[in-house]
Ligand binder design. Structure first.
Ligand code: TYD
Ligand code: MG
Length: 482
């Protein structure tokens, strides 16, 4: 057998390379490749070894009913998991250090241990990062110190498996974090791709065999010395990311993969003195600090998962010093911004060369929908032409490369949420069929991006007291209820 050469493994995505390089070709991460001891090569083929066991094939329907999911009654969490934790499933919760993963999971286990008709689930919390006393302190701060959660500080997977592999297994197990765990038959240090994968594989196999829900915490790391949660994404059933700006108190739990429920569902929390509290009405929260009648500010009625969420999109365009102008984006895709800018320049004649462009989604939310294109364009045009978009207006629609405005899904839901929050007018894509009216909402269809530019220009003229129609009703009072 050939002598095993050292492997170079990207700690961000898990790709293996033959030689070291500064940048991983697979995922583009810099400085993330480290050398790892080679693994035993897998035997080639089955050879002439023992005969395999014959499989029994069964039909698609069976007698066994689905196992009951475990609800935490923390609605924002239950919705993201698709209606509670599934016994025997593995959930990965990724996020930046300090974002609140340990806090969330302690609250979740406490809720599970204290909920239910039969006295609650048996929950265990295994920490490889903090001492038992530290977790107790957090539990006191969260007001859950009286709940029956079992605590342990451990990092050796062999010990953990030995403790969990019993006849009466627990219902829910948290392992915080997977990057501190190690399997003692591997030489690599904890946190390397090899250790993280091997530890997770052992724990997941046990969870499936014993039927408990396993919650794995994974830190997202910027530097490449610790393996990121992405190397585990394919091994688990559900992947949740806990996001938010450290400076903001809002936290968003987002499902990016879920074998047992919808993805793209979000749960919104607020980090307070006493832990995470649910935010049942995120629209009001994301718009709380909005000031009306400001140039470059537009409200976008988005859909996150199954839920409409209104957010403010802010743009600032300012003359840039000679050289290359800046394009800075927070909360949106920078490639998408480049596209919208290009369409505005080419199809609408808006001069943007020589200007810095800043785009921000207020409140720390990340938007991935193309439906936000038109709202972004409106914010850009408003800032560039120095005309505020009326503050009773919401804007949505997808922009095509020729400048045409394309229809988006769930129009009615967007309009209803906007009406609920006191908005009176919507700029949206044209539609062939008649759209059902949403009470209190005036709709204005625009077919091409040029129409949006004209609309905002007309609003500016209306405001400056010139004759002609103030096309967008700039006189409407601001929305109420904020
Ligand atoms: P933590 O759950 O330890 O983060 P992670 O496990 O993701 O690394 O939470 C860290 C931050 O949360 C810390 O900066 C303090 C803050 N925090 C609160 O604001 N309120 C609280 O009740 C708790 C427990 C933490
Ligand atoms: Mg932690």
């Amino acid at each position: 057998m050939a002598k095993a050469a050292p492997r170079y493994v990207c700690q961000a995505c898990g790709a293996t390379h033959n030689k070291w390089s500064g940048r991983c070709e697979a995922c583009g991460a810099w400085n993330s490749i480290t050398e790892e001891a080679p693994r035993e090569a897998a035997p080639k083929g089955l050879g002439g070894g023992a005969k395999g066991r014959k499989l029994d094939f069964v039909g698609l329907t069976g007698a066994a009913e689905a196992a009951e999911r475990r609800l935490t009654r923390i609605n924002e969490f239950d919705r993201v998991t698709g209606g509670g934790l599934v016994p025997g499933s593995a959930v990965l919760i990724g996020g930046d250090p300090g974002i609140g993963k340990s806090t969330l999971l302690l609250q979740v286990t406490a809720a599970l241990a204290g909920a239910g008709k039969d006295g609650g689930a048996r929950c265990l919390y295994i920490s490889g990062e903090e001492a038992v006393e530290q977790i107790r302190m957090r539990a006191r701060r969260l007001g859950v110190a009286q709940t029956a959660v079992g605590l342990a500080a451990a990092t050796n997977v062999r010990d953990i498996v030995a403790s969990l592999d019993e006849a009466t297994p627990p219902d829910v197990v948290v392992v915080d974090s997977i990057q501190t765990m190690y399997v003692d038959v591997l030489d690599s240090a904890p946190g390397t791709v090899a250790q993280v994968r091997a530890s997770a594989a052992e724990l997941i196999r046990l969870a499936k065999r014993r039927g408990f829900a396993l919650l794995l915490v994974g830190h997202v790391t910027k530097e490449g010395t610790i393996a990121g949660p992405r190397v585990l994404e394919h091994m688990v059933d559900t992947v949740l990311y806990f996001e938010g700006e450290r400076g903001h108190q809002f936290r968003i739990l987002r499902a990016v993969k879920n074998r047992y429920g919808p993805t793209d569902e979000i749960g919104v929390f607020e980090m307070t003195e006493r832990g995470l509290t649910e935010v049942p009405n995120p629209s009001a929260l994301f718009l709380a600090e909005r000031r009306g009648n400001v140039t470059g500010s537009v409200v976008f009625p988005g859909i996150e998962g199954t839920r409409p969420v209104l957010v403010e999109i802010q743009a600032l365009i300012s003359p840039s010093p000679p050289g290359s102008p800046r394009r800075a984006v927070v909360g949106w895709d920078s490639a998408r911004l480049a596209m919208v800018l290009a369409v505005l320049e080419t199809r609408c004649g808006l001069a943007l060369a020589g200007y810095d462009v800043y785009l921000n989604v207020a409140g720390g939310l990340r938007i991935g929908e193309p439906a936000a294109d038109l709202a972004v364009a409106a914010a850009l045009v408003s800032s560039r032409s120095n005309v505020p978009v009326p503050d009773s207006m919401v804007v949505f629609g997808e922009i095509g490369l020729s400048g045409e405005i394309r229809a988006v899904a769930q129009e009615e839901q967007r309009l209803k949420e906007a009406a609920k929050l006191g908005f009176a007018e919507a700029v949206l894509p044209p539609r062939r069929q008649k759209r059902p009216a949403v009470s209190g909402m005036k709709t204005r269809e625009i077919a091409h991006l040029q129409d949006l530019v004209a609309l905002i220009a007309a609003a500016g003229q209306g405001e400056r007291g010139q004759p002609g129609r103030a096309a967008v009703g700039a006189k409407t009072a601001g929305p109420a209820g904020r």
